[in-house]
Design a protein around this ligand. Structure first.
Ligand code: HEM
Length: 485
C-alpha cells in the first residue's frame, strides 16, 4: 500500500453540499433511510474522499458539511494532531449539552492541546492500571453469575414441540435465554465491583436500561433507532433532546458513584483534578466509554462467531482454550496460547468497529492523499472517517467483506494490525496524553479475550437467532446453548 512518491493534486474534492439547510436535510434522510449512502457516492465521484453532509445539521444543529474519508491511506490523517483538531468532535458535528455530564466538558470532548486533556487522560489511565490485578477475577466472577442465569433458563422445562420436542441435546425451553441482557449485567457487575468495590447490579441499583437512557439523548442526533422517519426525524434528529428528560437517571448514576467512589475519585487528586469534576469524568469513563463500548462489542463477537459456518470455529476455539488453560486458570500465559481466539477478537473489531464514525477539524491547509490521488484540504474543514468501509479497504485486506477469524494469526496477520483502527489509532499504537487514542485500547481487547475464553470453559457451543428490539437495545436470543459435556 505504501506510496513514497507524492501524488499531484489534479482536482478539487468532489461532491456537493446542496442548498443551505435543504442539502443537509436531504443527505440526512438518505443517510438514515437510503441504501449504501457512502458506497454510491464513492462510485459516483470515483473517489474515496468526497464532500457530503453528515447528520444532524441545521437549523437546530451546527454546520453539517464534512469531507468523508473511506480508505486506509486518507483516514489516518485523523490521528495526526499536527493537522487536525479533535476538540469537541467526539459525537460528531454537534456537542451534547454539558448538562449530561455534570456541567463539565469531559475528557472525550477535549482536544489534546487543552491542558486538562493530559490531566484527565492520566487519571483515566490510572483507573485502569491501579486495578490491574482485580479486573480478571472480577470479570470471571461476574461471568460465572451470568452463566448461572443462562443455566437457570436452560433448566426450565421444555414444553412445546417447537424444537423437536427437546430430543436434541442443547435445545432450549420455550423462553430461550437471551445474550445481551446477561452480557450487559456481566459488564456492569465487573466494572463497578472493580472500580467502586460495589456491584451495581445488586438490587438493580443501576441497570443497562437506566444507563442507556442517559446515553441515548447524547447520541440521538446521529442514531438510527430503526423507527419510521415520521417519528424518528422530529423526535431524534431535528433538535437536541433536553437533559432534563433523563436528569433523574443521571442523578441516580452519579449518586451511586459518589456513594461508592471515594477510592476511585481520590486517584484524581495527584493530577490536580477537583473531586466533583473527577466524579463526572469517572461516570463517563465507566458508563459511556466502557459499558457503552463493551455492550456493542461483546454481542457483535458472539453473533459473528455464531453465524460463521466455513469450518467448526467453535470446536477449534474451545479446544484451543481448554488446551491453553490446562489445569491452571485464564491468566496471561494461557491467553498467550490462544492465537485463534485473539485473532477472532481482532477480526470482529475490524469488521464491526463498535464506534463507526470519527471526526477531526483541519487546523492547517494540507494535501491529503488517497491510494490514487491527492486533494487540498483547507483549515477549518471538517473531516469525517467512516470506519466500517476503511477497515474493509480491499487494497489492504483480502476478501474484506468476509469475517475471517484466522486473519490476524501468524506474522502476516500481525502486520495487518496496524490497519485496525477501532480505538482511534492503529492497533499497533499506544494511547498517551499526547494523542487521542482510546486509553481503554489494551483493556478492551484483554477483557474480551478473557470473557470469550471463560465462556468456552463453561459451554461447548452456542447459536444465536435474529435480533429483536427490547426497550433501548436489540437482543439476540440463543437458539442453542450447550453446556460443557
Ligand atoms: C476515546 C472507542 C472503551 C475511555 C475513544 C475513541 C473511540 C473509542 C473510537 C475516539 C473517539 C474520537 O475522539 O473520535 C472505544 C470502544 C470501547 C472503548 C469501542 C469498548 C469496546 C474505553 C474504555 C475506556 C475508554 C475501557 C476507559 C476506561 C476513552 C476516553 C477517550 C476514548 C477517555 C478519549 C481519549 C482522549 O481524550 O485522549 N474510545 N472505547 N474507552 N475512550 Fe474509548
Amino acid at each position: 500500500m505504501s506510496n513514497d512518491r507524492n501524488l499531484e493534486v489534479k482536482r478539487d474534492v468532489p461532491g456537493e453540499y446542496g442548498a443551505p439547510i435543504l442539502g443537509s436535510v436531504l443527505d440526512r434522510l438518505d443517510r438514515f433511510y437510503g441504501k449504501n449512502f457512502f458506497e454510491k457516492r464513492r462510485d459516483e465521484y470515483g473517489s474515496t474522499v468526497f464532500r457530503v453532509n453528515m447528520p444532524p445539521g441545521p437549523p437546530f444543529f451546527p454546520d453539517s458539511k464534512v469531507i468523508a474519508l473511506l480508505d486506509q491511506k486518507s483516514f489516518p490523517v485523523l490521528f495526526d494532531l499536527t493537522k487536525v483538531s479533535k476538540k469537541d468532535v467526539f459525537t460528531g458535528t454537534y456537542v451534547p449539552s454539558t448538562g449530561f455530564t455534570g456541567g463539565y466538558r469531559v475528557l472525550s470532548y477535549l482536544g489534546q492541546e487543552e491542558p486538562k486533556h493530559a490531566q484527565l487522560k492520566s487519571y483515566c489511565m490510572d483507573i485502569l492500571s491501579s486495578n490491574h490485578d482485580r479486573w480478571i477475577p472480577e470479570l470471571r466472577a461476574a461471568a460465572a453469575a451470568g452463566y448461572a442465569e443462562w443455566d437457570a433458563e436452560l433448566n426450565k422445562p421444555k414444553k412445546s414441540g417447537r424444537l423437536l420436542g427437546g430430543l436434541v441435546s442443547g435445545l432450549l425451553p420455550d423462553d430461550p435465554p437471551e445474550l445481551n441482557p446477561v452480557l450487559g449485567k456481566i459488564a456492569l457487575r465487573f466494572l463497578t465491583k472493580t472500580v467502586l468495590d460495589k456491584d451495581a447490579t445488586e438490587g438493580n441499583a443501576l441497570t443497562e436500561t437506566g444507563i442507556k437512557l442517559w446515553i441515548a439523548p447524547q447520541i440521538a442526533p446521529v442514531l438510527n433507532a430503526g423507527l419510521p422517519a415520521v417519528i424518528q426525524e422530529p423526535l431524534l434528529h431535528t433538535a437536541p433532546i433536553p437533559f432534563i428528560i433523563v436528569a433523574p437517571e443521571y442523578q441516580k448514576i452519579v449518586r451511586f458513584f459518589k456513594a461508592n467512589g471515594e477510592r476511585a475519585v481520590s486517584l484524581a487528586v495527584p493530577h490536580g483534578i477537583e473531586p466533583d469534576e473527577a466524579l463526572h469524568n469517572l461516570v463517563f469513563f465507566i458508563c459511556f466509554n466502557t459499558f457503552g463500548g463493551l455492550t456493542i462489542l461483546w454481542p457483535a463477537l458472539f453473533k459473528n462467531v455464531s453465524d460463521f459456518d466455513e469450518f467448526d470455529l467453535q470446536a477449534e476455539l474451545r479446544e484451543e482454550v481448554r488446551r491453553a488453560v490446562g489445569r491452571g486458570g485464564v491468566d496471561a500465559a494461557a491467553l498467550g496460547a490462544m492465537p485463534l481466539l485473539q485473532s477472532t477478537v481482532y477480526e470482529v473489531l475490524r469488521i464491526e468497529p463498535p464506534v463507526q464514525s470519527q471526526y477531526g477539524k483541519a487546523k492547517v491547509d494540507f494535501v491529503l492523499e488517497t491510494h490514487v490521488e491527492a486533494f487540498k484540504i483547507k483549515a477549518g474543514e471538517m473531516l469525517y472517517g467512516y470506519q466500517p468501509l476503511v477497515t474493509r479497504d480491499p487494497v489492504v485486506f483480502e476478501e474484506p467483506e468476509k469475517f475471517k477469524p484466522r486473519r490476524f494469526m501468524g506474522e502476516e496477520g500481525q502486520r495487518l494490525l496496524e490497519h485496525v483502527f477501532w480505538s482511534n489509532g492503529p492497533e499497533t499504537g499506544s494511547p498517551s496524553v499526547d494523542n487521542k487514542q482510546c486509553p481503554g485500547k489494551n483493556f478492551v481487547v484483554l477483557v474480551t479475550r478473557i470473557l470469550f475464553a471463560d465462556f468456552f470453559l463453561h459451554y461447548d457451543s452456542f447459536k444465536l437467532g435474529d435480533a429483536f428490539i427490547s426497550g433501548t437495545s436489540s437482543v439476540y436470543p440463543f437458539t442453542e446453548l450447550k453446556k460443557r459435556a
